[in-house]
Write a protein that binds this ligand. Structure first.
Ligand SMILES: [Zn+2]
Length: 155
């Protein structure tokens, strides 16, 4: 309520000052200038507020999506040892990762197990074919093919 009174008094003060200046220097009717100034101030303040809200919402959205992606990359699904309910818990190395089950409220301890594996590199080979056609037989020289067909005729 105090903010509204403050805003209206500032609006009237600015509009009154500008209309006084216009009346003194240009002898223009102060009421028209006062109304015009008030409308301009109201629309510009509305526009600025909308813009600020839009910027803030955009910032909050980007922060939330960043937080969610961070949680997703560091979190894991752990079943509760009491009720077997699956909990999504963030895992941070070198810290206590104990969590409270969201289903039964019991505290669970987390022990992080590190698994070491050899890294594999994709080999430079032709991919497997998923077809009944045997491409290796299509490269048989024509002479052999002809021989086979002659043998077939004799039988
Ligand atoms: Zn539980």
């Amino acid at each position: 309520m105090l903010n509204i009174v403050k805003s209206i008094s500032i609006l009237c003060l600015v509009s009154g000052l500008i209309s006084c200046i216009f009346y003194v220097f240009f002898n223009i009717s102060p009421i028209g200038i006062f109304l015009l100034c008030s409308i301009i101030q109201l629309t510009s303040s509305w526009y600025i507020n909308t813009y600020i809200n839009y910027k803030n919402n955009k910032l909050i959205m980007s922060q939330q999506s960043e937080l969610i992606s961070r949680i997703e990359s560091e979190a894991t699904i752990a079943p509760c040892t009491y009720c077997d309910h699956e909990n999504m818990i963030p895992i941070t190395p070198n810290e206590n990762n104990d969590f409270e089950c969201i289903s039964c409220g019991e505290m669970n301890g987390v022990y992080v197990n590190i698994t070491i594996a050899q890294k594999t590199v994709p080999i430079d080979a032709e991919p497997y074919e998923v077809t009944s056609f045997n491409s290796s037989k299509s490269n048989i020289p024509d002479v052999i093919k002809a021989d086979n067909s002659n043998n077939d005729d004799e039988e």
